[in-house]
Write a protein that binds this ligand. Structure first.
Ligand code: CA
Ligand code: CA
Ligand code: CA
Length: 150
């Protein structure tokens, strides 16, 4: 477990270096069944009443549930413990939402993401809407590294 943690720190610390070799569970962009499983698991994480829709309050609850020490901040470590993705993916997603590296995601900071997911604006996010959002999010995050060189 300790070694595993160290390895993750190594991955996180080198995410901007040249192409990472395909480490099992590492920082590659998931695809196919792996991606589908990740998105469905993430959706179910947030859909706390399991009715097949993410409602806005459930989106708020995501931060509150993941904030295990109840200090109002979801830190990167707290997010990793909650996320369905690998720690490497969780780190990238977290950094995307925390560009100023405050290590503190609040309900307010992610509130507008709900509107981005809910494309038909009926105040419910379906699994299909969620998958569309998540796919775009991962594309954005994993293409980022190509544009930081210059
Ligand atoms: Ca729900
Ligand atoms: Ca916290
Ligand atoms: Ca909707």
């Amino acid at each position: 477990m300790y070694l595993y943690t160290l390895m993750l720190f190594a991955i996180a610390g080198s995410s901007y270096s040249a192409t990472t070799p395909a480490t099992p569970g590492g920082g590659h962009l998931p695809s196919g069944p792996e991606l589908d499983h990740l998105m469905t698991a993430s959706f179910n994480n947030v859909d706390s009443d399991q009715d097949g829709f993410i409602e806005y309050y459930e989106f708020d609850t995501l931060i509150i549930v993941a904030d295990t020490d109840n200090d109002g901040c979801m830190t990167l470590d707290e997010y990793k413990g909650f996320s369905a993705g690998t720690p490497a993916i969780a780190s990238k997603i977290y950094q995307h939402f925390d560009p100023d590296n405050s290590n503190c995601l609040t309900v307010e900071k992610i509130a507008d993401q709900f509107a981005l997911m809910d494309t038909d604006k009926n105040q419910k996010v379906t699994l299909t809407e969620f998958k569309t959002y998540y796919t775009e999010l991962l594309k954005t995050i994993f293409n980022d590294k190509d544009t930081t060189v210059g």
